[in-house]
Write a protein that binds this ligand. Structure first.
Ligand SMILES: [Zn+2]
Length: 580
């Protein structure tokens, strides 16, 4: 039997199966029981939190011939047809690939006909924020006077891009990130049912990296199962999620906080031996310091955000100033790196200094032996610092060179130019045609590749290149290096779209900032170009190029979303209508 991905196999069939959204599923069930069903729903929330699943279950329940306390029976003819995806009265539209006005016009023409098999015609419009302005307007007209037998369920990951006029005509449900404990419980349930062995700690890593999305959690499990023996083990989980290095950094941090200088030096040397750079290590430590500071100041429990148990507790025992000092020392180390080709010296100086920070309580109890040890270390630091300074004097003053970006971010920056290049030539048409074949493309990949490809999403395209956003920063580097996978995606994309696109990868976080900075610098330029082209198009004598004008309009649209969205920010009264 062909391997069936867990996330497909375990897609919820009833509201009871939906994990971590009890408030929403209860409200939906009650509406069904009381037969008080609104004509339009809006499900908003992060990806993988159950929006589409709830929409499908709700659509099925609306048409179920034998509703069981608000749940679909999954036995009647309509439920069975719905589960097969062949109930004609449930119409699913992916706005990401159908953003034209035509599709919505078709809906407008068809809504007036009664359902054929079921009780309601249900339109599920996924990623509704992707609709064009024209399509939104057409949808609005239908939402204004919906026929009795029609229900719309709109789903979106980007509520802020849905026009307020649409939002105000819907009943809104806000899907939350699923709690780690809920994800963990569900993963255990699935693996126990599937009789698959697992390490508890491995599941914790998966639940943590899934970041509130059940679908992602299951995709990672699928990848781990493809790895080797069909067992979910801790080491694989660390490797696949990129958490191995994070764990090592956390261990190093704990040693620094505990003043274990020798152990910390050994850990750092091991990291260097494994290919990390000093820049890399110091940058990660700075990042970890800020995470710890945030966790310490937060009222909620963040202990699950750290892989090394006891790190957060240890951080609690020292004054905040120790963590700030550690950041300062790491920054100094990064600065010193500019003046030396030696990786080891700045790192050693940092580790000795930061692990020997005076801590009021322990300083008093320091015995004579450790005091002399301290004196020795301080002398050593002094010597090392002098060495750096001496080297600095020999080296030419860096010509106003900006501080090199940390290794971890380097790829993003390298890709930035490429991303800009795509954005400058982006067209909605190219993005649409890629999005249209994307699910097919993923399904052509091997299971082991699928999980990694699954975190990639096309977000912009020119007629030469496509920008793929990578959901996890940690996986970005992995995907970026996986030339086999990237090559295969390019080939399949070429086959499916009959067009050659090169791939530019960008990490999730970098994408938003890159797009924002691109828009900031290019918005006026684009609008000016557009105006100029439009003007030119009015004067045929000047060899107008209406196609170009259209291209700029679509370019602006592709980049800004529809311009109307920008000014039409939904003003939502959160307390008022949200169902949480
Ligand atoms: Zn049924």
């Amino acid at each position: 039997m062909a391997y069936q991905a867990l996330y497909r196999k375990w897609r919820p069939q009833t509201f009871a199966d939906v994990v971590g959204q009890n408030a929403i599923t209860e409200t939906l069930k009650n509406a069904l029981i009381r037969q008080q069903v609104s004509h339009a729903f809006l499900f908003a929330g992060p990806r993988g939190t159950g929006k589409t699943s709830c929409a499908k279950i709700f659509a099925k329940a609306l048409n179920c011939l034998n509703l069981q306390a608000g749940e679909p029976c999954n036995k009647c003819a309509n439920c069975l047809a719905a589960n097969r995806g062949s109930l004609e009265d449930i119409i699913e539209i992916d706005a990401a690939s159908n953003n034209g006005v035509d599709e919505i016009r078709t809906i407008r023409d068809q809504v007036k006909y009664a359902p054929t098999q079921g009780k309601y015609k249900v339109y599920i419009i996924d990623e509704v924020h992707m609709l064009s302005m024209g399509a939104f307007n057409a949808l609005l007209k239908t939402l204004e006077e919906p026929p009795e037998h029609v229900v719309f369920i709109l789903a979106t990951t980007e509520l802020q891009k849905v026009p307020a006029t649409i939002i105000s005509r819907t009943q809104r449900y806000r899907f939350r990130r699923i709690k780690q404990s809920d994800i963990l419980a569900q993963l255990e349930k699935i693996l126990q049912t599937e009789k698959i062995e697992y390490d508890e700690k491995a599941l914790q890593v998966v639940a943590q990296v899934a970041d509130g999305g059940m679908r992602d959690a299951l995709s990672i499990l699928d990848q781990l199962l493809a790895y080797d023996t069909g067992k979910i083990n801790y080491q694989d989980a660390l490797t696949v999620t990129g958490f191995a290095s994070q764990k090592a950094i956390e261990e190093l941090y704990l040693q620094l906080l505990q003043g274990q200088t020798d152990d910390a030096l050994a850990s750092a040397h091991q990291l260097l031996a494994q290919g990390a750079s000093t820049r890399n290590i110091l940058t990660e430590l700075i990042e970890l310091s800020s995470q710890l500071l945030l966790a310490l100041r937060s009222k909620t429990d963040h202990s699950q955000n750290f892989l090394v148990s006891g790190l957060l507790d240890q951080a609690r025992t020292v004054p905040e100033s120790v963590l700030f000092k550690l950041i300062e020392l790491a920054n100094k180390g990064l600065h010193d790196l500019r003046y030396t080709n030696q990786q080891l010296i700045p790192l050693t100086v940092f580790i000795v200094e930061s692990s020997q920070q005076k801590q009021p309580a322990s300083a008093a109890s320091a015995n004579a032996a450790s005091a002399s040890q301290l004196a020795k270390l301080q002398a050593k630091i002094k010597a090392l610092n002098q060495k750096i300074e001496a080297q600095a004097k020999q080296m030419p003053v860096p010509s106003q060179a900006p501080v090199k970006s940390p290794q971890k971010l380097h790829h993003h920056l390298e890709n930035k130019d490429q991303v800009y290049h795509v954005l400058e030539n982006a067209t909605r048409k190219d993005l649409n045609s890629i999005e249209a074949v994307w699910p097919d493309l993923i399904s052509t990949l091997a299971v082991s590749e699928r999980a990694l490809a699954d975190v990639l999403k096309p977000v912009a395209a020119s007629d030469q290149q496509v920008v793929l956003k990578c959901k996890y920063e940690l996986w970005f580097e992995r995907a970026n290096k996986d030339t086999d996978l990237l090559g295969r995606i390019e080939t399949e994309l070429g086959k499916l779209t009959k067009h050659n696109y090169g791939i530019v990868l960008v990490a999730d976080s970098a994408w938003l900032s890159t797009r924002a900075s691109f828009l900031k610098t290019h918005k006026d330029e684009l609008l000016a170009k557009q105006a100029a082209k439009e003007k030119a198009a009015d004067q045929p004598a000047k060899k107008a190029d209406p196609q170009a004008a259209e291209q700029v309009v679509s370019q602006a649209k592709a980049l800004f979303g529809d311009l109307a969205h920008v000014k039409d920010q939904p003003a939502i009264n959160k307390e008022d209508e949200d169902h949480e």
